[in-house]
Design a protein around this ligand. Structure first.
Ligand code: HXC
Length: 510
């Protein structure tokens, strides 16, 4: 009996070594942690329960039968983050470069199936050379099995991908179908075809970092939602994100203890809006001032900065925030910001996270670049996302709400539950100058007349009261009381029940 017990211990020890000490050292030398070290940082201490420790590949080509390391290049199982269950897989680059074999894929599929069945998020830590070359099509089949599960799990349990090494070829499409992708600066990259193929086909010379590093994907492509300095920070930030999320689509986000008065008055907000309507101000200041303990988890911070998306808590409950940022492109909506915000709104709606929208938008960005790029379709994504969302929706117009963008930004007409405006709000078809130049075209040669018409238009429309008279704005509120008003609004909506008509699925303009 004792021998059997010690054999198990020996086998476990062996499995924990993955591809061996030399390769572990080389992983460390690159500034990367091992698959197991990452898990230790991600999960609550001692909470990890491993599955399939001893699974080995079945390949007999290329002499592979002589090397059958336990675990086959991926560590899988479940554990807890601040006491709440998550399933995870962590690819082990020290074993065949973390490449995905048939059995490696089966291990991932097993925990994904369990996560779906038991209603808990899936966190995938990616560090892999892609398809196990020795296994050929069996490995491709394995990827497809994972893809299919990513699709089925979408909107059922949150899926988070952390890219902590290579992720190339078709392998990128699994993270791409998850809800959030995070990368580690300098040690991770993602691309469909690598620098060598790019050079052969297009003659472009580009490094792996330039082609698919964290900077590229958080600033240019928007494939990634955030980038972290190193493995340790990445794991800590994923823990922070998980704390904001429900475990599944039938669960509510956790209610955390809060140490911030819901009725807290912020007098400084009364002077947030500059006297000059064309002067920018930082919308993040408003978000931080109304959030519990000023805690804001921003998503896609470095992309389409003219819109801000992320999670806060109000009275300890998660709220998704979408806000125009007047500091960038005057807060205009454009292709990138519409796509970014639409995806965020849809995530919130899928997981029953209420949405708070702060509006200061002068309209859609004009130009051939936008029109040729399909701003009509991309802008419609955000409109569609807000309109189909059935979660509690509270909107505060701080300043401009012009034209189609007024409608899009969670207006009353898109089933907004509480639509507030600050006294500084200007809700109109367009800005006074543009409007005057159209409706008083005959007076264009007379600057005095135009100035008078402009003033007249401003007096009549550059305020929240026309909309308030029609009930499109439920109430004009004092900026300093925003946290209290918004908290109370969400509290009143906790039992909101709204259903869309039955359909197989909608046809959002993709
Ligand atoms: C089997 C692999 C492997 C793979 C790496 N290794 N990738 N084994 N299949 N795909 C092994 C190496 O042989 C090596 O083994 C160890 O992992 C570490 O690899 P190195 O090359 O020494 O590491 P490094 O220099 O850091 O380079 C990492 C790498 C490179 C950039 C990932 O290994 C590489 O280019 N690998 C091939 C990538 C690839 O073409 N994959 C297929 C992509 S297509 P030893 O024993 O020496 O330690 C694909 C399709 C998916 O994935 C389609 C889904 C639909």
């Amino acid at each position: 009996m004792k021998d059997i017990l010690s054999e198990l211990e020996d086998r476990r020890k062996d499995a924990r070594l993955g591809g061996g000490q030399k390769r572990i050292d080389s992983q460390h030398a690159r500034g990367k942690l091992t698959a197991r070290e990452r898990i230790e940082l991600l999960l609550d201490e001692g909470s990890f329960e491993e599955f399939d420790t001893f699974v080995a590949h079945r390949c007999t080509d290329f002499g592979m039968e002589k090397q059958r390391p336990a675990g086959d290049g991926v560590v899988t199982g479940w554990g807890t983050i601040n006491g709440r269950m998550v399933y995870l897989f962590s690819q082990d680059f020290t074993v065949f470069g973390g490449s995905l074999s048939e059995t490696h894929a089966q291990k991932i599929c097993k925990i994904m199936d369990m996560a779906m069945q038991n209603g808990a998020p899936v966190i995938g830590i990616n560090d892999s050379g892609g398809a196990r070359i020795q296994e050929g099509v069996a490995s491709l089949a394995g990827y497809a099995e994972v893809f299919q599960r990513n699709i089925m799990a979408s909107g059922v349990v949150p899926q988070i991908s952390v890219i902590m090494g290579p992720c190339a070829g078709g392998a990128v499409y699994s993270p791409a179908m998850t809800d959030f992708i995070f990368m580690v600066k300098d040690t991770s990259y993602m691309f469909v075809t690598g620098p060598d193929v790019v050079k052969t086909v297009t003659n472009e010379v580009v490094t792996a970092e330039e082609l698919g590093g964290a900077t590229t994907h958080t600033r240019k492509s928007s494939v990634a939602d955030g980038a972290f300095e190193n493995d340790v920070e990445a794991m800590a930030e994923v823990r922070r994100l998980v704390d904001f999320l429900p475990l599944n689509n039938r669960d509510k986000a956790p209610v955390r203890p809060f140490f911030d008065e819901p009725g807290r008055v912020e007098m400084s907000l009364d002077t947030l809006i500059p006297d000059n309507a064309n002067k920018p101000y930082d919308m993040k200041e408003l978000i931080l001032k109304i959030a519990d303990e000023s805690d804001f988890y921003e998503i896609q911070e470095d992309f389409a900065k003219n819109i801000i998306t992320g999670f806060i808590r109000l009275e300890g409950r998660t709220v998704g925030v979408v806000a125009n940022q007047p500091m960038v492109l005057a807060g205009c909506l454009d292709i990138d910001s519409s796509r970014k915000a639409a995806r965020f709104v849809r995530f919130c709606d899928a997981f029953e996270i209420p949405i708070l929208t702060f509006v200061d938008v002068p309209g859609f960005l004009p130009g051939t670049g936008q029109e040729y790029g399909g701003v009509i379709k991309h802008g419609a994504k955000l409109l569609f996302a807000y309109g189909e969302a059935t979660v509690p929706k509270v909107t505060v117009i701080t300043r401009k709400a012009y034209g189609g963008a007024y409608d899009v930004m969670a207006s009353k007409h898109l089933r907004g539950d509480f639509n507030y405006a600050w006294p500084t709000a200007e809700i109109a078809v367009m800005g006074a100058k543009g409007a005057t130049e159209i409706i008083h075209r005959a007076d264009l040669g007379d600057p005095d007349k135009i100035a008078a018409h402009t003033r007249d238009y401003e007096d009549r429309f550059a305020n929240p009261f026309v909309a308030a008279e029609k009930g499109f704005v439920d109430e004009v509120i004092m900026p300093h009381s925003t946290r209290m008003r918004v908290s109370r609004a969400f509290a009143s909506l906790r039992n909101k029940s709204l259903q869309n008509p039955w359909k197989k699925h909608d046809n959002i303009p993709l």
